[in-house]
Design a protein around this ligand. Sequence first.
Ligand code: ADP
Length: 533
Amino acid sequence: AIDAIAAPGGVDLSRVFAFVAGVAAVDLTAMGLDTLLDRRVLAFLYAVERDVHVAASDHALALPLAFHERERAGRLLTRINRGTAKLLEFLMDMTWQGMPTIIQIVGTFIAMAIVHLPIALVYGAFIPAFIAVAIRQQRVEQPFRRERHERYEDAAAHLDEGIWNVLTVQSFGREQASGATYRGIFDVITRLGRQQWLIGTRYNFVKSAIVNSGRIAVICTAAWEAWRGAVSVGDVVLLATLSEKAFISCFNLSRILERISDAREPVERLRAFLDEASPVADPPHPVPAHLSGGIAFDNVTFTYGNGANAALREMSFSVEPGETIAFAGPSGGGKSTIVKLLFRHYDPTGGRVLLDGVDVRRFARSDFRHQLGYVPQEGQLFSGTVSANIRFACPEATDDEVRAAARLAGAETFVASLSKGYDTLIGEQGVTLSGGQRQRLCIARAVVGNPKVLVFDEATSALDAESERIIQEALERLRGTTTIILIAHRLSTIRHADRILVVEGGRIVEEGSHAQLLRQNGLYQRLVNLSLS
Ligand code: ADP
């Protein structure tokens, strides 16, 4: 256009207009394509966000207890959230900035080469040098990023634990100490960030020097070529403008590289989590489970992954359908481990766990677990209505079945006293229930699906006498129809069990009814005396 304006024979208006029209046409096409592309890209990004979150959540819930007992929840949540967010940032950067910038830098070279190859070559010589320095910078800064992301997960885990244990933190007046630890983690993050920035400034200086030298070199070469008459003034303006824009874009490219490197660490951490293999898997051809409630441990030995000593040692026992048995014994003896193996949260190191004579490893886990009921120690419930909580284990249960379960668990009266009965919200956004009330809802939840085996992990914290009586009554009502396993961390609810197995050091050391065991004058009797004293 400049050459057409400065033509020796006067302004060549038609050529000028042709150029302007050409530019307008290119711009309009670009705008149209942008709009089309943006819609597709956005739909794609939302799909990625959903799929990665869902995959991570499915994976987290599918991973066995062994993983969750070793991993802190806060760390895991940060890993999933940061990983997904950074993956999306990376994809956005690449689509809206990375690819256009690369196309611009390469396209500039091609356009310049068409107009005048020697000047294009001068421009082209500086670009690889710049990119090499930018890549090197990211490599050098990477260890600082890795360390920082590690610390972010630590910080999240610390905060998460503090919030979960807020009662303990506040009761011991440790808010400030806990805050100081949190601040300490962020101080490390800040220090790492500063160190990384200091290293980055050196590289930034070199990159600026390369770009500025490139700009000067292109302009000098273009001026020289114009002076020689090899290119027109219009060509010089075109080449200088194109190369200026492309050189400035190099900094953009460098920033994108930095963001990609920044995304790499959390995305790799997310990927490592998604690649985490489960040591407990369903068999390829599972046996359908139609349980009647028989349980047997056949010479079971079990050692936790990180433990030196076996938690269970060559343990054998069997339980008939409908029997009520209790495990008692000192803390750390192995009672909870028995339940973890029964539910196949872990596989035994040796021996077999059998349900109705079939090794639990031959069932699909969801299939046989559906037929077991579990009342946890701490009465954990979810946010939601009372009936949704009771239906948790059996969503297809009718209203009548929910009410029957509540009645059996002795929860009916207190549910009726709640403002909206079974529709009352409980949990974080709803009413706060007492320990005993939570326990009763947990029992209702466990029995609503008519399980063939019911496991009561007896509360370690003291229940009030009323709640204890209600649990006892629930057990009596279920007696004979369901196999009941009581894990007695205390001894109050187990004296009516058909049989009591006393577990110590991973072995069954005594066995019999309450009366028989008392007569044996052994460990059980000592434990009873201790609990009474
Ligand atoms: P109890 O329920 O009788 O108190 P547990 O079954 O919880 O006993 O524990 C039995 C042994 O296994 C103890 O020595 C305990 O320290 C160990 N143990 C329990 N859970 C784990 C775990 N997740 N990782 C490693 N060791 C564990």
